[in-house]
Design a protein around this ligand. Sequence first.
Ligand code: DGY
Length: 327
Amino acid sequence: MSTGGKPRVLLMHPFLDPGPAILAEAAEVIPYPAGRPLDEASIRQAAEGCVGIVSQLMDPIRETVLSTPGLKVVSNVAVGFDNIDVAAATAHKVMVTNTPGVLDDATSDFAFTLLMATARRIVEADHFLRQGKFKGWAIDMMLGADVFGATLGLVGIGRIGRGVAHRAKGFNMRVLYYDPHPLPPDAEQQLGATRADLGRLLAESDFVSVHVPLTPETQHMLSTPQFEQMKRSAILINTSRGPVIDEAALVQALTAKKILGAGLDVYEREPAVHPGLVSMPNVVLAPHIASATTRTRSEMSAMAARNMATAARGGRPPNLVNPEVKK
Ligand code: DGY
């Protein structure tokens, strides 16, 4: 498991300072071989002899990898961990950690950025101008949707959903949320958010923003029947995980003008994006960058490194997703 005393840890991808230094103090860091594909068999081969893997969300960490002898911990540099089979990890007594909290503000900011950009057609307007099409002010040019005072429906009211609700207050928005776990009454009051069932939220919202983790229950939770319930003027925002939305159904809904537009940061088959989306001017597309601020990505790196360093030293890492593995 180690040479020269320190336990070996497989680093799947370079990450940001101060992550590398924190990790190097506790472990002998083995970089994932450049150019090697990210399939499970290759990852397992690279992980032989390692106690830990520092992974990112594009790494499939499932049974094949988790059954590597001697593997004790997988530290994901992300809050989401749907790339890891946590049940298999638990069965193999492998700890799984993530990076909650530090990316809430950046991600909430970005959901609001997508909302504003889609509502006010910023990307389309920028292209229009750069293409030399701006020939002077016109009363009907680039008409968009009002944000101030509009109704915002939050699908999921975890930390990031609450962050978006907080921002919406500044825009005097009426906020509905759908979540199996209600907020305490004082939090509802503070955020000005009202719990609703999904049908009501979809029917009443001008903007629907998705903030749920990807699980078997949330996969495709927004598909044709849900788009049918939305306002024709509604805009859908997704900064959570792509497969929560049925992307083909979304393209159909947008094409049939069942909803007005979408602002997306995540996709069902990343890095592939449905070609129907790419050709639509009423859709704003970002390459999974909601948490991509310099400070946030650095804090995510530090947190993941600390999680791994603690576990590599034999301790209980702070952000353990499967606490039953290490009492
Ligand atoms: C996460 O952390 O899960 C985001 O998708 C990337 O920051």
